[in-house]
Write a protein that binds this ligand. Structure first.
Ligand SMILES: *Cc1c(COP(=O)(O)O)cnc(C)c1O
Length: 436
């Protein structure tokens, strides 16, 4: 069986221009931070395989939890029925999240968790007798997934040209992206908050919610903001009665150094979206979590007030079992120590990197996530020509690093060793010296 010829005849790959893309790499197995190709090469995964892998590939404890659950209950309809893995996982998430976030709606992936949050926000106001509150606020550069509601909220990412006219209107605020040594951060934050004030002056009574990726915008280019900005933002929104949605699909489960970005930012949102790392990167599952005030607005008054939304695989028991096993690992002191060591490891290496390479600018770091920009981004944006060149350069050296256009970033699984981190930084320095 020739994987690549079957693939090239029948598979349509995501986010890929198939006419020009190199053939995909067939992966046979994974272990820890490494992936092994069908032809026997090792690749160190420095991006957690699209930001999902938390503790490592084929992590034995999670694999065992899934196998055990599969032999007991693989799936059951989640309307009229419940099961232990879902009940335990929901209670566990409520215990880890900031006060008040206690009611969990399960779905399948990041995009659906965002759809659920947006629909809950709009129907909350509808049920409270304020159906005119339906406008959504979001940020320039924000990304929230590829379904229609998520595309609308993520219009600032610039990915959705063919669908533009079909997306509902969203108020877009400038995002105060900052980095180490940025002297203009206060000015940028003030401009963002002024834009919010101007919006609220005109649209407050029609605004349902704001959605933001707290601390780090992922697909928009690992653009980071300060906790204090999120605090000021949330205070204004609270005063205006606008719901705050934190899309922590990427930032959740330790990536930012804290268990959730909201804890690091010191802001308790009204709704939070979780997915990528939820199952440790093993299975698709997501959760949208809210407080009692939102949940209660859906109670009583017949089915019309209920949330008429669900997915075939809502709260799949295998996914819930994987998530419980992943949380066990996340709560071990060794994992907290690894996360802290990764942040420290990034910190010294990143500073040395930008000092030695003028081609790398705007260094930034948030927990286990580190990023720099290629100075000659030129046309910039996701389609910048340097992106594919860099990707190839790293692959040839056995490293899975996949720039977002001119943005080079590392977002590794927590099990990455110091040695593997060294290899990544050395390769980036070498790339800056040879490709610029
Ligand atoms: C990846 C991502 C999504 C979409 O998640 P999918 O699982 O790809 O649907 C939504 N929001 C953020 C912040 C993401 O990084």
């Amino acid at each position: 069986m020739d994987i690549l010829s079957l693939d090239s005849s029948h598979i349509w790959h995501p986010f890929t221009q198939a006419a020009t893309a190199a053939p995909p790499i067939a992966i046979r197995s994974g272990l820890g931070a490494s992936l092994f190709t069908a032809d026997g090469r090792e690749l160190v995964d420095l991006i957690s395989s699209w930001w999902v892998t938390l503790h490592g590939h084929a992590e034995p404890a999670i694999a065992a939890a899934i196998a055990q659950q599969a032999q007991c209950l693989e799936q059951v309809i989640f309307a009229d029925f419940t099961h232990e893995p879902a009940a335990r996982l929901a209670a566990r998430l409520a215990g880890l999240l900031p006060g008040g976030l206690e009611r969990v709606f399960f779905s399948d992936d990041g995009s659906t968790s965002v759809e659920v949050a947006l629909k809950l926000a709009v129907q909350y106001w509808h049920n409270r007798g304020q159906p005119e509150r339906r406008k959504i606020l979001a940020f320039e550069g924000g990304y929230h997934g590829d379904t229609f509601g998520a595309m609308a909220a993520g219009q600032g990412s610039g990915f959705y040209q063919p669908f533009r006219t079909m997306l509902f209107e969203v108020g877009l605020l400038p995002y105060p992206a900052t980095w180490a040594g940025d002297l203009d951060v206060e000015t940028k934050e003030a401009a963002s908050l002024a834009a919010l004030d101007a919006w609220l002056d005109r649209h407050r009574p029609e605004t349902a919610a704001l959605i933001v990726e707290p601390l780090v915008q992922g697909a928009g280019g690992m653009r980071m903001c300060r906790p204090v900005f999120l605090q000021r933002l949330a205070a204004r929104l609270r005063q205006a009665g606008v719901l705050v949605i934190f899309d922590e699909v990427m930032t959740g489960f330790g990536r930012t150094g804290a268990r959730f970005a909201c804890l690091k930012a010191g802001v308790a949102p009204d709704l939070i979206c979780l997915s990528k790392g939820l199952t440790g990167g093993f299975l698709p599952l997501s959760a949208t979590v809210c407080g009692a005030e939102i949940y209660d607005a859906f109670l009583g008054g017949g089915f019309e007030r209920a949330f008429a939304h669900g997915h075939s695989f809502t709260a799949n028991p295998l996914g819930c079992a994987a998530a419980l096993a992943s949380l066990d690992l996340l709560e071990r002191p060794e994992t907290a120590a690894r996360i802290a060591a990764l942040e420290a490891g990034h910190s010294t290496r990143l500073a040395a990197l930008v000092e030695r390479s003028q081609h790398l600018v705007r260094p930034r770091l948030c927990g286990t996530i580190a990023a720099v920009d290629w100075a000659e981004g030129g046309e910039a944006g996701y389609t910048a020509a340097i992106g594919p060149k860099l990707k190839r350069f790293f692959l040839e050296r056995g490293l899975l690093i996949r720039p977002l256009g001119p943005v080079l970033y590392l977002l590794p699984p927590f099990c990455l060793s110091e040695d593997q981190l060294d290899r990544a930084y050395q390769a980036i320095e070498e790339a800056a010296a040879t490709l610029s």
